[in-house]
Design a binder for this molecule. Structure first.
Ligand SMILES: [Ca+2]
Ligand SMILES: [Ca+2]
Length: 379
């Protein structure tokens, strides 16, 4: 997570920003597949139209791609030649391709050919006018697991010990949906090149399972006096039913942001975690639901989010009761350096708003409308 107010220590200029205008479409970090694999399988695809922030993104892994079977031009003015992709650089199976995209005042999440929209819905068939509804696209390339789009079921309750459960394939997390505070010292205006993350996710009968493997030669978790997100670590954002009382906001209970701190050194595992909502620190993440263990070149994070994490008395996800989530990697400054967000230099996400420019409302720690809404495969 990363809102400045929670610890009172951050000083982002966006602190206190109004929630009045969630805009834009979704930028989704894809896997490592090729462009062809991500666009293959696309149905009658879409282009964004209308709505605030509805411009076609040029982001490398944005969800505005897709082919339009009969398109000529959409209402938003984006030309879309029939059959041609409007975003040639979408990569990876996790990118939302072949699907429909439409945007409105609230963001749109597009996963594998289905679209969920808020406020403004534009739907068109083959004529390709004014938005779109996709076909059956979005199938991953071989070996890819687009966890933003689809989660497999774990038969057993995961064991939170730092070792991967379920033999899940790990997926690269591209750094295109990144945020670096504008007031960082100039030499820290972008994420360091030697930090990376691979991750896996699944659902089980009690909630969401996440595993992340981080390469980071410089483990520098938040200071003990600061919130867990203010240094190296992993953030996880979850809503239990993918439905929001007010689009873009966090439900209480039901939606939570959690942060797991990186280990403090190369030998000591950590179970330090925190639970948050925007501008609210809800306390430590206890109950053995998260762990961070050091590795030779970084660390691993493993966690489950359950009913207790989300402030609920019960939660039983299923294919007919899916949830929404997102994931972020908090990346620190070099040891000894700090900025307006403590030891955190910046962070990047599985999914953020298309064209995200640093404003809080573009990111899942603040805007629940950018969460992934995966299909849950049957047990
Ligand atoms: Ca485990
Ligand atoms: Ca909800």
């Amino acid at each position: 997570m990363g809102f400045g107010g929670a610890a009172g220590a951050a000083d982002d200029s966006n602190t206190g920003a109004s929630l009045g205008g969630f805009g834009g479409s979704i930028s989704s970090a894809g896997g490592s597949g090729s462009s062809s694999s991500s666009t293959a399988g696309g149905g009658a695809g879409g282009v964004p139209s209308g709505g605030a922030g509805g411009a076609t993104s040029t982001d490398a892994a944005t969800v505005t791609s897709g082919s339009d079977a009969g398109g000529t031009s959409d209402a938003g003015g984006t030309s879309n030649a029939g059959g041609a992709s409007t975003s040639s650089t979408a990569t990876g199976g996790a990118s939302t391709t072949g699907g429909a995209t439409s945007t409105g005042d609230a963001a749109t999440t597009t996963t594998g050919g289905s679209a969920t929209t808020s406020d403004t819905t534009t739907t068109t068939g083959g004529a390709g006018v004014g938005g779109s509804t996709g076909g059956t696209g979005g199938a991953p390339a071989v070996g890819e697991e687009p966890y933003c789009e689809r989660l497999h079921h774990l038969a057993a309750v995961p064991v939170i010990d730092g070792a991967l459960d379920g033999n899940l394939p790990l997926q690269d997390l591209p750094q295109d949906a990144a945020r670096v505070p504008a007031d960082n010292p100039p030499q820290f205006s972008s994420l360091p090149s030697d930090v990376s993350m691979r991750w896996a996710a699944a659902w089980f009968d009690g909630g969401l399972y996440i595993f992340a493997e981080i390469v980071d030669p410089d483990r520098y978790p938040a200071a003990a006096s600061n919130d867990e997100w203010m240094g190296d670590g992993v953030d996880l954002y979850v809503d239990h039913d993918a439905v929001f009382d007010a689009p873009g906001f966090y439900d209480d209970p039901g939606t939570r942001s959690t942060s797991v701190s990186a280990p403090p050194d190369g030998t000591t595992p950590s179970t330090r975690g925190g639970v948050f909502m925007p501008y609210v620190d809800l306390g430590s993440w206890t109950g053995g639901e998260c762990i961070a263990v050091p590795t030779a070149d970084g660390y691993r994070v493993e966690a489950v989010v359950t009913a207790a994490t989300l402030g609920l008395s019960s939660w039983s996800p299923s294919p007919s009761a899916p949830f929404a989530f997102d994931l972020g990697h908090n990346v620190s400054f070099p040891a000894g350096e700090t900025g307006s967000e403590g030891r955190r230099l910046g962070h990047y996400f599985v999914q953020a708003a298309s064209g995200a420019d640093g404003d809080f409302e573009d990111y899942p720690f603040y805007n629940s409308a950018v969460f992934c809404t995966p299909t849950l495969t049957p047990p």
